[in-house]
Design a binder for this molecule. Sequence first.
Ligand code: TRP
Length: 352
Amino acid sequence: MAAFKELVFSGVQPTGNLHLGNYLGAIKRFVEMQERAECLYCVVDLHAITLWQNPAELRTQIREVTAAFIAAGIDPRRSIVFNQSQVPQHAELAWIFNCVARLGWLNRMTQFKDKAGKDRENASVGLYDYPVLMAADILAYRATHVPVGEDQKQHLELTRDIAQKFNNDFAESILAHGHGEGFFPVTEPLIGGPAARVMSLRDGTKKMSKSDPSDYSRINLTDDADAIAQKVRKAKTDPEPLPSEAAGLAGRAEADNLVGIFAALQGSTREAVLAEYGGAQFSAFKGALVELAVESLAPLSAEMKQLVADPAHIDAILADGAERAEAIAAPTLDAVKDIVGFVRRGPTLRAV
Ligand code: TRP
């Protein structure tokens, strides 16, 4: 296998309000990744319309996710921040991958089954094809590392299968065009982090979700200090004081979640938090959590507000990102077209 330059890619859907789960499970890690490699962060609007979106709301959400990225500390000069529909190579490569991926592979995708629900006949073809587009997102840049949540693991495996099948099916042509052993890398998922799973504040066994009917179940990234404080104070707990070791959190879903959130916000571990708060009552611990949450999240929401108030500025960032993204994706697509055997408008690449 040829050596690929380390490159990080991840995407967030512009559907519904972003919350603490998106921040601690994804965006906070995106910020950290900038230290380690070149990063592309994509607002995946093509994925968003696999379920119907109100057009005006979709446009607002695209800008809001972009604002959240930047407010959280993603530097749009250093990393490439853009929205998927501005870079045509995503959809183009997805078509070619449609002809590489097998029906049997897609039939096994559990997220499609969950999202399509009972009335599968009525789901969009796009929803079914969602994971193929995701593979195209990643491989248009030949990205080597993808930070994602646990729920995306199966999609990443499909991405790896597509890369490998493409490398096999076109092995001779890939060699003939001077790309060595394999054209696409077998991408590594980066799953985990301190708070890969942030749970509902009302029910510690359910994931924090934008679709939970109770707004008290989540902290939105747009919540101000008062709202954050109120939600933390109302969060469900149990009657026992906090344990002094992480093992004592077993079977105490709400306690585990609040301690996990504290640790992730602080950049420490459950053990470290319990070393300090073991034996404390929830009332005292919640006081400290309110302070920490407000201190780390209120500036983010204030900055987001400022950014979304100037859509022209956001749009300029997205346009610049799209240009830089396309500069990477366009040569990939040229090479793919040559490998597959298409005749391009420009000269066909020989040994590149
Ligand atoms: N499916 C991802 C999610 O819902 C979003 C996504 C789309 C993505 N394309 C991607 C994530 C590529 C990582 C890489 O979370």
